[in-house]
Write a protein that binds this ligand. Structure first.
Ligand code: LP5
Ligand code: MN
Length: 246
């Protein structure tokens, strides 16, 4: 298997108009690095907030969709999983970006290694307040009501929700906001003990889980910051972290 056959994973970029440096970096990544890959997987929270596909004309959204489209146009399989910030990205976003939606979780084979892809938030099962919130906002009826509101009202609600979330996070321990080992073990067991790749926690690391005597690696992707960003690169030799240029 040639080592130039590689797959890239990014997550938690949190692209937002207030952080143009991140968007510049993403566009550069899409033009200079991603076109050489066989596939690019975006594993959630590409956007800091996505309040509906009717905002596709926002300058940031146009720029990001254009960049992704150019990757897809180069023959790269571009795949997109939603995160807890951009789960309202739907069919119109997919059409505009050329990124094909994938479910959370999704199992793929990478050079013979079964690999499970997730955003990671659904593994934070000790965070009961978040799990209740998640169940509520993933309810299609709640989403339809939200999407029926004017954009300005949606932004107000998202702002209030973000503030409430930030307040509540202050009172939570780091342990509670991390993935729960029991949830990780359950998903590994249910999927035949694969390698797991996820984001969400912003705690880049590689963990080893021994489940029913089977050894599984769990790779946590880093979030993007003004001074540091990375992609995970997987080729026939394994997984590595690829620092991205400013
Ligand atoms: O995102 P992150 O990593 O900072 O925190 C998450 C959890 N918080 C969230 C909330 C988002 O950050 C902000 C809202 C996104 C809105 C998406 C847009 C579309 C909305 C569509 C609605 C149908 O995901 C945080 C976890 C943390 O990860 C670690 O896993 O702890 O969870 C919380 O903080 C949730 C709170 O504990 C409970 C929720 C409080 C919200 C109450 C809403 C009140 C305002 C209502 C206004 C109308
Ligand atoms: Mn997230």
């Amino acid at each position: 298997m040639p080592t130039d056959d590689f797959t890239l994973f990014v997550s938690d970029l949190h692209l937002a108009p207030a952080q143009p440096v991140l968007t510049r970096r993403f566009v550069r990544f899409c033009h200079e690095i991603a076109p050489s890959a066989s596939a690019l997987y975006v594993l959630g929270d590409l956007f800091d907030f996505w309040i509906g596909d009717d905002t596709l004309d926002d300058p940031l959204h146009r720029e990001v969709c254009g960049a992704l489209r150019s990757v897809a146009g180069a023959g790269v399989a571009v795949r997109f999983m939603v995160g807890n910030r951009d789960f309202l990205a739907g069919d119109a976003f997919a059409a505009a970006s050329g990124a094909v939606p994938i479910a959370d979780p999704t199992m793929i084979d990478l050079h013979g290694t079964p690999t499970l892809l997730m955003h990671g938030d659904s593994l934070c099962t000790d965070d009961h307040a978040y799990m209740a919130f998640r169940a509520q906002v993933r309810n299609p009826k709640v989403q339809a009501q939200f999407l029926a509101m004017p954009v300005a009202v949606r932004w107000q609600q998202v702002g209030a929700t973000r503030d409430a979330s930030e307040r509540e996070k202050q009172a939570k321990t780091m342990d509670i906001m991390d993935v729960a080992t029991a949830a990780v073990e359950e998903v590994l067991r249910a999927n035949g003990y694969p390698r797991l790749i996820h984001g969400h926690t912003h705690r880049p690391a590689v963990h080893e889980h021994v489940v029913d005597g089977r050894r599984c690696e769990r790779w946590v992707i880093a979030d993007w910051r003004a001074d540091l960003a990375e992609a995970l690169r997987v080729d026939a030799r394994g997984v590595s972290r690829l620092p991205l240029p400013l």
